[in-house]
Design a protein around this ligand. Structure first.
Ligand code: NDP
Length: 492
């Protein structure tokens, strides 16, 4: 049985911990990929120390040279795309087509960040003072921790690690415990690309031990986290105490609004894609459909027909449209939300339980589930379920749709289906989410376009796109006085 190792100070090292977790294929629990040893606090500390030691050399390496290494990493990812996609499907459960999509996004992000290495520019600014030259430079923080979830175990690490390295930081990477295999492969490719010893370190281990030790270490100057709100807020508080920078991308409860003039086929297809793609385990997954009364019956009828037709199965079967949820915890959690929906009085119109059929017995398969008659006080309309469950809420008109859509602590993504320009523009203006889509699903993003949420979803700078490097750099302001005289007057 494969035992996954840490990568610390340029060496692959097996953890001395006696605590372990199995890496299990969620489509077939008999298929065990390997064993993770849950690293000790001492090992986590060593990783931070090795990153701190390597930082000086890395920051002194010219940014375009750092970029060349990240560009080489992008090419290696591309060469390894099929292998890594197969590993991702086996480890996380998503379909092979979805895994290939995630890989392509990762390659694009790495390429984009490599290019940014040649644009780490500051600006020159006109000073009020005579014969003074004022300008800004962008500098790395030092050691950055990247703490990531299991649902995009390749793309999310890449969209943190690539900009962190390009900016000149050294990195300690703590992936989700249940997706170690892809994390190890990413590390192997970074090593092969030529990242110097100690500049990049991988620590496998539980969030509450190894993760906590890394985030709490005084040498860690910035933490980029993606995951749940409960963990993210705790890390934010922990870092705030010592003034370390934090970027948290957290949960969502993403609405689609369907108005009476919507193209109904498009609205139904896009809602199904957004709600059940990646088995609903995307932070941008559609989890609320807010539909005006006049078209609600038609929408629900067509949505249910389409959801019932989805083929559930193993991710590596090309016919599969919906894979398993990721593990036993997620399986239990999603099924318990389905019970909560029933108990709270929502009407179950599609799915509602464990998916059965040939080849499904040994996996965590759940039927695509739709609740109608959901009101916005119900828990299934307010809490993130993170599985293939969609709530349909009826509203009387656009005004009420906006009120319900914004009645959420979360603010990640949203979409509207309508052909009325005035209401589309009002929606875009008034919807309280970091990203929004018009006549397309709530999901999706591109390497060169910023990504992230508002309200309780997001803390700190947006990831990717033109803002990708903002979090990983410190802006320094420089004044050069070439008068050769004592300054006359003061600057306030
Ligand atoms: P978690 O918050 O449970 O875990 C995320 C990471 O944090 C894991 O590596 C975890 O380790 C680690 N962690 C847990 N506790 C601590 C701690 N005390 N100190 C340091 N690290 C810790 O999230 P999930 O992995 O369950 O991911 C699902 C969540 O991620 C959903 O809420 C989803 O919405 C969100 N997400 C948000 C995205 C966005 O861009 N807004 C994108 C993708 C997902 P361990 O695995 O050992 O528990």
């Amino acid at each position: 049985m494969k035992v996954y190792c840490n990568y610390i100070g340029g060496q692959w090292q097996e953890s001395s911990s006696q605590q372990t977790a199995q890496n299990v294929n969620p489509a077939d629990t008999d298929d065990v990929l390997g064993t993770v040893k849950l690293s000790t606090r001492e090992e986590a500390r060593r990783a931070v120390e090795s990153a701190a030691e390597a930082f000086r050399g890395w920051r002194a390496t010219p940014a375009p040279t750092r970029g060349r290494i990240v560009a080489r990493f992008a090419r290696l990812l591309e060469d390894d795309k099929e292998n890594l996609a197969a590993l991702l499907t086996r480890e996380e459960g998503k379909t092979l087509a979805e895994s290939r999509g995630e890989l392509q996004r990762s390659i694009n992000v790495a390429e984009f960040c490599a290019g940014e290495a040649r644009r780490l520019n500051g600006e020159t600014i006109q000073s009020e003072l005579p014969a003074n030259f004022a300008y800004t430079i962008k500098q790395p923080h030092g050691v950055v921790a990247c703490v990531t979830p299991w649902n995009f175990p390749v793309a999310i690490p890449v969209w943190k690690i690539a900009p962190a390295l390009v900016a000149g930081n050294s990195v300690v990477f703590k992936p989700a415990t249940i997706t170690p295999a892809t994390a190890v492969r990413i590390t192997e490719l970074l090593v092969e690309a030529g990242v110097p010893q100690g500049v990049f370190n991988l620590v496998l281990g539980s969030g509450s031990e190894a993760g906590d030790e890394i985030v709490g270490h005084p040498a860690v100057r910035a933490v980029s986290f993606t995951g749940s709100n409960s963990v993210g807020v705790k890390l934010y508080e922990q870092c705030a105490r010592r003034g370390a920078k934090v970027q948290c991308e957290m949960g969502g409860k993403n609405p689609v609004v369907v108005l009476e003039d919507a193209d109904m086929t498009l609205a139904v297809e896009s809602t199904v894609q957004g709600a059940f793609g990646s088995t609903g385990q995307r932070c941008t997954a559609t989890s609320r459909a807010i539909v005006v009364d006049r078209v609600a019956d038609n929408f629900i009828e067509r949505l249910v027909a389409r959801a019932e037709s989805l083929k559930i199965g193993h991710g590596n079967d090309p016919a599969t449209e919906v894979g398993p949820v990721v593990d036993a915890n997620q399986f239990k959690g999603v099924l318990s939300y389905i019970d909560i929906g029933r108990e709270d009085g929502a009407s179950l119109v599609c799915g509602g339980g464990v998916a059965e059929g040939p080849g499904l017995r040994k996996g965590y398969f759940i039927q695509p589930t739709v609740f109608a008659g959901v009101t916005h006080e119900m828990r299934i309309a307010r809490e993130e379920i993170f599985g293939p469950v969609l709530s349909v809420l009826r509203v009387k008109d656009f005004e009420e749709a906006m009120q319900v859509a914004n009645d959420s602590e979360y603010g990640l993504s949203s979409s509207i289906f309508s052909n009325d320009a005035a209401r589309i523009f009002r929606f875009v203006e008034e919807i309280e989410t970091g990203m929004t889509h018009v006549n397309s699903p709530t999901t999706g993003g591109e390497a060169h376009i910023p990504f992230g949420g508002s309200k309780a979803t997001g803390i700190g700078e947006r990831e990717q796109g033109s803002t990708a490097l903002d979090f990983y750099t410190e802006l320094k302001v420089v004044y050069v006085d070439y008068t050769g005289r004592k300054r006359e007057g003061n600057l306030y």
